[in-house]
Write a protein that binds this ligand. Structure first.
Ligand SMILES: [Zn+2]
Length: 120
C-alpha cells in the first residue's frame, strides 16, 4: 500500500481519535478497570431538593446518552486498532478474508476492518 496514503489516513485517524475522546469526555468518564470502556456520567441530582420532574429529566438524559456512548466507544476502539495496525505494518487488510481493503473504502472510513465484500 502507498506509504503516502497510509500517512494521510493515519493523520485522519489521529484526528478522529481526538474528536471521539473529546466527545466522550464531555458526558462520560473512562472506566479505569476496563481498557477502552467508558461510563456515562449520571449527574447527581439532589433528591431532597429537586422535584420529581427534574429527576425524571436526568434519568431520560442518561438513557438517551447510553447508546450514543456505546457508538462512540466502539468507533474509538476501531480507530485505535487501525492505528495499531499502521504501526505494525499490517494496515488495510480485511479481517475476514485477508485481502486488501479497497482504497476508496479506507479513504471514506480509515478505521474499516472489513473489505466491501465482507462488510456487505
Ligand atoms: Zn474481506
Amino acid at each position: 500500500m502507498d506509504q503516502k496514503l497510509i500517512k494521510q489516513l493515519e493523520k485522519q485517524l489521529e484526528k478522529t481519535k481526538k474528536q471521539l475522546t473529546k466527545d466522550l469526555k464531555s458526558f462520560a468518564k473512562k472506566d479505569p478497570k476496563i481498557k477502552g470502556d467508558w461510563d456515562t456520567k449520571f449527574a447527581r441530582v439532589d433528591i431532597h431538593r429537586s422535584d420529581k420532574n427534574e429527576r425524571a429529566d436526568e434519568v431520560e438524559r442518561y438513557e438517551n446518552l447510553l447508546p450514543v456512548e456505546h457508538t462512540l466507544e466502539l468507533r474509538l476502539q476501531d480507530v485505535e486498532k487501525a492505528l495499531e495496525k499502521i504501526k505494525k505494518g499490517d494496515y488495510g487488510k480485511c479481517g475476514k478474508c485477508g485481502k486488501d481493503i479497497e482504497i476508496k473504502r479506507l479513504e471514506a472510513l480509515p478505521e474499516a476492518k472489513l473489505c466491501m465484500k465482507c462488510a456487505s
